[in-house]
Design a protein around this ligand. Structure first.
Ligand SMILES: Nc1nc2c(ncn2[C@@H]2O[C@H](COP(=O)(O)OP(=O)(O)OP(=O)(O)O)[C@@H](O)[C@H]2O)c(=O)[nH]1
Ligand SMILES: [Mg+2]
Length: 365
């Protein structure tokens, strides 16, 4: 899973990126601090892995991982070369979802490129730049398709789609709200990798005081929430600066620090949960003495495709899977005990893998 971070300059993107990835990217109080993209990987916290690790006396625990890409800030007119331009958006064309950092904190010491705190205006600015960047992609695609379309029906159909899509974006709307039930069109639309077709998670960056009530008392956050709800996007409230401090603490110190702030989980945990939700992801697990590991799949994935995450041979030569639900395994205390109780099932190729399933694949190639 890959997430790309966007937002205006100086809103806390790199601060958040650092707190998530501990990658130590440069962050400073001036716009356009980030020029070259920063890439970092974080592991997905999953308490179940540690429990399994103890049960199996495991040598190695491998959690699922998420890659973050932190890029330069966008300003109004970036598509026309303002600020650092918009070329760097190419670095996030391939991400699964976008984390859009919106400044919702007042601090006269931290420069806001547009002069004052106005979350909805800022969102609009960024959205428009993403839309313009998508239009550029479509225009290139149109130029390629025009010639082909003269004596190729499929190309002509695609050209018509491209023109409709472009008109939609030129109205200032996101590709995500473009409607079609034609399967071929849907496939094309997905294939263009348009930024405004991707799911968005807003990170409302607030000051420390706004954390305890999850931003309820912050008017800007409320507006972001309303907007996000209308588009079907997620919001999480975070204080990037505090997150950075939390990230530097040891595990037990972290818990105490969060409790003091009246929080149950860190921003990273909130973000990961939101990403899983928005992308429809779950984890299945594999467990044994050599390693305990989490594997990320889409909800609804069947056993062979899930096996393919481990190795393509597992999918190609899939015979069946031995499955036990995490809660059953823990309740029984061991794999053998679960087996005796009949809780270890044999499942075939139509089995839909569930979150927390502990899987063992039988295959033959
Ligand atoms: N008060 C306060 N300051 C913050 C917070 N988050 C970030 N900052 C400060 O804002 C400034 C800019 O932060 P960066 O993380 O570099 O911002 P950016 O969005 O990556 O900026 P560019 O790379 O220039 O686009 C730094 O001085 C941060 O310390 C926050 O939650 N509260
Ligand atoms: Mg930055």
């Amino acid at each position: 899973m890959k997430l790309g971070i966007v937002g205006l300059p100086n809103v806390g993107k790199s601060t958040l990126f650092n707190s998530l990835t501990k990658a130590g990217a440069e962050s400073a109080n001036y716009p356009f601090c980030t020029i070259e993209p920063n890439v970092g990987v974080v592991t997905v916290p999953d308490e179940r892995l540690n429990v399994l690790g103890e049960m199996y006396h495991t040598k190695k625990i491998i959690p699922a991982a998420i890659e973050f890409v932190d890029i330069a800030g966008l300003v109004k007119g970036a598509s026309k070369g303002e600020g650092l331009g918009n070329q760097f958006l190419a670095n996030i064309r391939e991400v699964d979802a976008i984390v859009h950092v919106v400044r919702c904190f007042e601090d006269s010491n931290i420069v806001h490129v547009d002069g004052n705190i106005a979350p909805l205006r800022d969102i609009e600015t960024i959205n428009l730049e993403l839309v313009f960047s998508d239009i550029e992609i479509l225009e290139r695609r149109i130029a390629k398709t025009v010639k082909l379309s003269r004596n190729d029906k499929t190309a002509a159909k695609e050209l018509a789609l491209l023109e409709r899509l472009k008109a939609h974006l030129e109205d200032g709307r996101l590709a995500k709200s473009f409607e079609t039930d034609d399967e071929e069109e849907m496939e094309w639309l997905t294939g263009y990798n348009l930024l405004t077709y991707k799911p968005v998670i807003f990170a409302a960056n607030v000051k420390e005081d706004d954390l305890a009530d999850d931003g309820a008392g912050n008017e800007g956050v409320q507006k972001v929430r309303e907007y996000a709800a209308s588009e079907g996007f997620e919001v999480f409230v975070v204080c990037a600066q505090i997150e950075q401090e939390i990230a530097e603490l040891e595990e037990d110190e972290k818990k105490m620090f969060l409790e003091d702030l009246g929080l149950k989980e860190s921003g990273l945990e909130k973000l990961i949960k939101a990403s899983y939700r928005i992308l429809g992801l779950i984890s299945y697990l594999t467990a044994g003495e050599p390693e305990v590991r989490a594997w990320t799949i889409k909800k609804g994935t069947k056993a062979p495709a899930a096996a393919g995450k481990i190795h393509t041979d597992f999918e190609r030569g899939f015979i069946r899977a031995e499955v036990v639900a995490y809660d059953d395994l823990i309740a029984c205390g061991s794999h053998n005990a679960a087996k005796e109780k009949g809780l270890v099932r044999l499942e075939g190729k139509d089995y839909v893998v569930q979150d927390g399933d502990i899987m063992l694949f039988r295959f033959n190639v």
